[in-house]
Design a protein around this ligand. Sequence first.
Ligand SMILES: O=P(O)(O)OP(=O)(O)OP(=O)(O)OC[C@H]1O[C@@H](n2cnc3c(O)ncnc32)[C@H](O)[C@@H]1O
Ligand SMILES: [Ca+2]
Length: 498
Amino acid sequence: MDEQGVKVKNPWHRPVVIFLAAVIIVGIIIMVAISVVQNKPLHQKYKYGIVLDAGSSHTSVFIYEWPAEKENNTGMVRQKHTCNVQGKGISSYSANPQGAGASLQECMEEAKQKIPAHRHPETPVYLGATAGMRLLRMENEEASDKVLDSVAHSLKSYPFSYQGARIISGQEEGAFGWITVNYLSKNLRKPTGTLGALDLGGASTQITFVPQQNIESYDNSIDFRLYGNDYHLYTHSFLCYGKDQALKLSMGKKLESTLKADETDPIELRDPCFHPGYNFTRTVPNVFNTPCMKEMKLANETFFHVGLGNWSQCQQSIRKVFNTINCPYSRCSFNGVFQPSVYGDFGAFSAFFFVMDFLNLTSDTLATTKQKLAAYCSTPWKKIVENHPNIKEKYLSEYCFSATYILTLLEDGYKFTSNNWKDIRFIKKIGDSDAGWTLGYMLNLTNMIPAEAPDTPLMPYGGYVTFMFLFSLLILVLLLLVYFYFRRSTRTGQKDII
Ligand SMILES: O=P(O)(O)OP(=O)(O)OP(=O)(O)OC[C@H]1O[C@@H](n2cnc3c(O)ncnc32)[C@H](O)[C@@H]1O
Ligand SMILES: [Ca+2]
């Protein structure tokens, strides 16, 4: 046989095989490149929302941000920036409504700087006014409308998407505060417990939680379906029981009884809720200038406000502002308002936090809290000022009253006890976002909390691509192995024949 005929031609020298090998190599390179680009962290695109909290004591502007493609995921929205409007709340502009809108300028300019310009037209801006405006509306509806028109006019002059300025109800304030704290604590996707919400403002206070008992009054019940879970909430907002209005209620009662006891001029209001040595002249209308109290016509225009610094007497005087006699339900908090027993953990924010944090009373037992507070209240005013030279005198003078009010509201009002006192967490923020109603309000209005849990893909997109790539590679390697196996067996077969 001719020697040339026996020689087996090297298959790698065949053009088809070389071509196929080149295609496979190029294919692998392309797949690797795609996979690397696909899985590289994307440059995040953010969306923004602005909420103005027009409270009774002041207005704050909150800017929120969230990754553009993940808006329905729980916990994705965070507070990017907050700005405190200079001056008092918008309800204080009743005599000068223009001033209310103008007061927002500085913070709104700041918002323009903080949010990228190309996002401005799509960024919603909402203003929600709370108890200060509720009281003004009760007193003078025309004035409250003018103030709202003024802030609306001001907000429309910015390049954002204006979505309204309105007075929110007490139920909304309570419910959105609850949504905020539970969204931020990432409780809403889990079947585990939720966090009750306690908010103490200047003019109203809210309590909201998931009760274990039936809710006997329709007004106090709210139902939500969030991420596929049903929530049945108890909520109540006490107008006039924020800490500034409560102080007026309490001083008003003391003034009335002082007058009855002693009608001589000048009146001296001896107040156990203020420090010994505290002595200021106040005007009577300044106490009674609120729709929370019947106006009292007093002969005297001024009185001496004199501190006594006696915690237990202070608590006695504060108890008088809670009416616990009439209750048309199986149980009540106060003023004939139904309330089931408090249940679960609570987040207590705004003035609950400011006051208890200032006094270092956020982590003691109820008994220790009372002891420490009694000692604080009896400290002479001079010493208090010396110890805290940088704190606003108005706040400083009122911490004894405010903390005593907080204890009385929580214990006598809401019926917390020394056993469940530890379940109250005094908080300002959760992560980097403030606890308060604004975030929940925005999540609701932008439909960012779906009723049903969104369907989630089996695996994240990056993982999916990597998996597909590795799996294709495996099949390719197997095919090559099969190919070589066949080639070898054909060649051995050829030799056997030879
Ligand atoms: O909810 P409403 O009732 O409308 O009122 P608000 O929104 O203005 O009320 P805040 O929670 O902002 O404040 C509650 C109260 O705490 C006061 N406050 C704010 N910062 C404080 C601080 O550092 N120390 C003591 N009190 C403070 C403030 O003046 C109010 O009286
Ligand atoms: Ca508030």
